[in-house]
Design a protein around this ligand. Structure first.
Ligand code: ADP
Ligand code: MG
Length: 238
């Protein structure tokens, strides 16, 4: 667990300003949803926290450490994407342990971490299966398993449920929320689905064209939207 601190973070692609001097403090253990319309900069912001995109100006601290110029692998974060790709020729167990193996961890430790993650995610009986032998929900759980085996300081999710059907999406919302309640890992969860944000997050950050419109609990945003944009965004159906 660790707090995440963004100070005057700016991102330009060429001459286009995508994120405008953004300040954000995410306390230790909090689940924050980052919402806003398509193209407002959610993924770019998340990718900067992950280190997959460099910061044009400003700084990012995780757990008190300035990580602005660090490689993704040195940041102690784990990211779950929308288009998570499992390795088709590897079993569930090998898929889940891969990042630890890649980091040269001892075999016994990897096996122990994989067992632990599998138990949390209800995958214990499926460790020897191959991805093609799994349902969509099970595959999504394996993708989460890959993220949690390392017990990172921060989880970053980029619309992880948007490829699932409506029923499974609702089920997985509950699972991710349950995982957070159990592990209390600081989480930044990007979604364009306001219902998802309202039901899952401790606090919601509403982003519009690279600027923060409002930060607050779901209730605060619902009861006292700061402006018409927030009201429209929170109030409209997904
Ligand atoms: P969101 O995730 O909220 O839909 P993005 O962060 O993906 O938005 O994109 C924000 C803006 O930045 C968009 O206008 C997008 O076209 C632009 N953008 C994203 N990545 C790049 C890139 N690598 N090069 C140029 N422009 C980009
Ligand atoms: Mg995006």
């Amino acid at each position: 667990m660790a707090e995440v601190l963004l100070s005057s973070v700016q991102k330009r692609f060429g001459s286009v300003n995508v994120i405008h001097g953004l300040d954000l403090h995410i306390p230790d253990g909090e689940f924050v949803a980052l919402v806003g319309p398509s193209g407002c900069g959610k993924s770019t912001l998340l990718r900067m926290i992950a280190g997959l995109e460099n910061v044009t100006q400003g700084s990012i601290r995780i757990g008190g450490r300035d990580v602005t110029d660090l490689d993704p692998k040195d940041r102690d974060i784990a990211m779950v994407f929308q288009n998570y790709a499992l390795y088709p020729h590897m079993t569930v167990a090998v898929n889940m342990g891969f990042s630890l193996e890649h980091r040269g961890r001892p075999k016994a430790e990897i096996a122990e971490r994989v067992r632990w993650a599998a138990e949390i995610l209800g995958l214990s009986q499926l460790l020897d299966r191959y991805p093609r032998q799994l349902s969509g929900g099970q595959r999504q759980r394996v993708a989460m398993g890959r993220a949690i085996v390392r017990d990172p300081q921060v989880f970053l999710f980029d619309e992880p449920l948007s490829n699932l059907d409506a029923k499974l999406r609702i089920l997985m919302r509950g699972e991710i929320k349950g995982l957070h309640q159990r592990l209390k890992t600081t989480t930044v969860y990007v979604t364009h689905d306001q219902v998802e944000a309202m039901t899952m997050a401790d606090r919601i950050v509403v982003l519009n064209a690279g600027r923060v419109e409002q930060v607050g609990t779901p209730l605060e945003l619902f009861d006292r939207p700061a402006n018409q944009f927030v009201a429209g965004f929170i109030g409209s159906p997904a």
